[in-house]
Each structure stands twice: as C-alpha cells, then as structure tokens.
Design a protein around this ligand. Structure first.
Ligand SMILES: C[S@@+](CC[C@H](N)C(=O)[O-])C[C@H]1O[C@@H](n2cnc3c(N)ncnc32)[C@H](O)[C@@H]1O
Length: 237
C-alpha cells in the first residue's frame, strides 16, 4: 500500500537551546491555569468508572493523546487485567468508529493539561503511561507547546510508571530526554523504533508506511508528586 506522510519540517538544527530554561520555569512556578469545567466533569466520570472497575486494586494504563483510541483498544486487549484510559481533546477523533472498546478500557474527551493534574491530585499511579506521537510543534517558536516545554511537564513525570514516548521526530524525543533528566535525574536512551504489525496507532502506521524513521524513549519512573511546584491540591483548586 502506498502511503505518504510529509517528514517533519523544522528550523531547528539540534535540541532547542531553551529546553533547560523552560524546564527550570516549570519547576519553579506552579501551574495556576484553572481547570476547565468540561475536563473536571470528564475526570469525575473517569474516576467513577475507575473506582467501579476496581480502582487502585487494578493496574492502570494512561494513553495520553490517544486520537481515535486504537492504541487504547489494543492496550486493553493486550493487558486484560489492567484498566486502560485513553484521553484526547478531539471529540471528532474519539467518535470515529474503530470497533468495540473493551470492558477494561475507557475513552475520555478532556484536555490533558487539566486531566493529568486532576489524576495526580486524586492519587492515580499509572503503571504505564503512553505519549504516542504527540503533536510535534516543529517550529522553534513553538517549544512551549511541546510537552517537555510545557509547564505541565512535572505533573506528567510525577505520575510515575513506565513512561513511553514515540515520535517520528527525533529531536522531540531528544529534547524530552533532556527535560526528563533535568527534572528527575533519570537518563533515557533515544532509540530508533521499528514497529510490528498491527501498528499501535494510525499515526505510527502512516509514518512507518511512508518510510519515516520512528523514535522512542522508555523510562521507569517512581510516583513523585513532590516534583510539582506548589503541590498538587492547590493547583487544581
Ligand atoms: C498527532 S495526534 C496522535 C494521535 C494518536 N496517539 C496516534 O498516534 O494516532 C496527537 C493527538 O493529541 C491530541 N492532543 C493534543 N493536545 C492535547 C491536549 N492538550 N489534551 C488532549 N489531547 C490532546 C490531539 O487531539 C491528537 O489526537
């Protein structure tokens, strides 16, 4: 099958020089953005589902930015004794028909910046946390929109678990590794990644079939709410 997806076009030659500065800022300033009502409601529904299905008694997987939720469905099938929650802000993507969502999976429409903070404040401790092909924001001026340049970074890392980032842009993963090291002291390799079929996500399929290289970082993190400046309760109040 012929698939084309344009390779990343960026004006960066290497990791952005401001990654460390952005991370220092994220570690020094509480994220005070109020939580949107729709995400608070979505989180409450997710919390109720989580509790009904066994809550902290069952291992939790977060699929952050799950798009159409193909990865959420596959992870739920592959980890049948886990609970898998896929979160995406796009109602249109989440509504696309990709088959049954297993009993142990839930798709949630929410803004991750708020959802992650609520999850941490509620004491969620995912055993696995996937960031699969996040929007790259490849222009250098858009660093602050990449997850490692965003003030929510300490929250993502504080949740803990086996964090896996995949991208078709090597620099994104390299920058994330630098930010990860700055926040946690952990060193993570940036590896080229050749996916097996079935592809975990539509973007993975599209990039791979277009002949693009894929990059991956995997790191095991402790649950560490103390990484978040100002604590977790205050910031979601
Ligand atoms: C490039 S797509 C990848 C989707 C999917 N993981 C895949 O690989 O097919 C990035 C996804 O992240 C979602 N996203 C970006 N920012 C988000 C946010 N703040 N909250 C929730 N979802 C977000 C977008 O809606 C989009 O579906």
């Amino acid at each position: 099958m012929h698939v084309t997806s344009r390779a990343i076009a960026t004006n960066q030659l290497g990791p952005h020089k401001d990654v460390a500065r952005r991370v220092t800022r994220a570690l020094g300033h509480p994220l005070r953005k109020p939580v949107a009502d729709h995400t608070r409601e979505a989180f409450e529904r997710a919390q109720a589902w989580y509790t009904q299905h066994g809550g902290a008694g069952r291992p939790l997987i977060l699929d952050a930015g799950c798009g159409v939720g193909l990865s959420t469905r596959q992870l739920a099938a592959g980890f049948a004794d886990h609970l898998v929650i896929g979160v995406d802000r796009s109602a249109e993507r989440l509504s696309r028909e990709h088959g049954e969502v297993g009993d142990n999976a839930l798709l949630v429409r929410a803004d991750l910046v708020d959802f992650w903070r609520l999850a941490l404040a509620a004491g969620w401790q995912p055993v696995r946390h996937y960031l699969l092909y996040p929007n790259p924001y490849p222009k250098s001026a858009h660093l602050k929109q990449r997850w490692h340049g965003h003030p929510v970074l300490p929250v993502i890392l504080a949740l803990g678990g086996r964090l896996e980032l995949r991208s078709n842009w090597r620099l994104y993963v390299e920058e994330f590794a630098l930010a990860l090291n700055q926040v946690t002291g952990e060193t993570a390799e940036v590896d080229v990644f050749v996916p097996d079929e079935p592809y975990l996500t539509p973007f993975e399929r599209k990039y791979h079939l277009s002949g693009q290289s894929l990059w991956r970082l995997v790191v095991d993190l402790p649950h560490a709410p103390q990484l978040v400046p100002g604590g977790t309760a205050e910031e979601v109040g």
